[in-house]
Design a protein around this ligand. Structure first.
Ligand code: ZN
Length: 75
């Protein structure tokens, strides 16, 4: 199963799932979810790193990939 970044014109493989909670005004970045919910947006690493929450919202980065990538490149 191939998941692609949702940004128009990007098409890079997705490694992050962006999700929203409108009630709490929270935006989450998580490792790619394999449940394909319409409330989630798949993003590539580059676009995930550039994500800015809407004004008055909070962004929470819950991804574990950064540590995993660091370990992979260090070995
Ligand atoms: Zn992208």
């Amino acid at each position: 199963m191939s998941r692609r970044c949702a940004r128009p014109g990007c098409g890079q493989p997705a490694d992050t799932t962006l999700s929203f909670d409108y009630a709490q005004r929270l935006v989450w970045l998580d490792d790619l979810h394999f449940g394909n919910s319409p409330a989630n947006h798949d993003l590539c690493r580059r676009h995930a790193d550039r994500t800015q929450p809407p004004k008055g919202w909070e962004l929470r980065d819950r991804r574990s990939a950064r540590a995993a990538v660091t370990l992979k490149f260090a070995s």
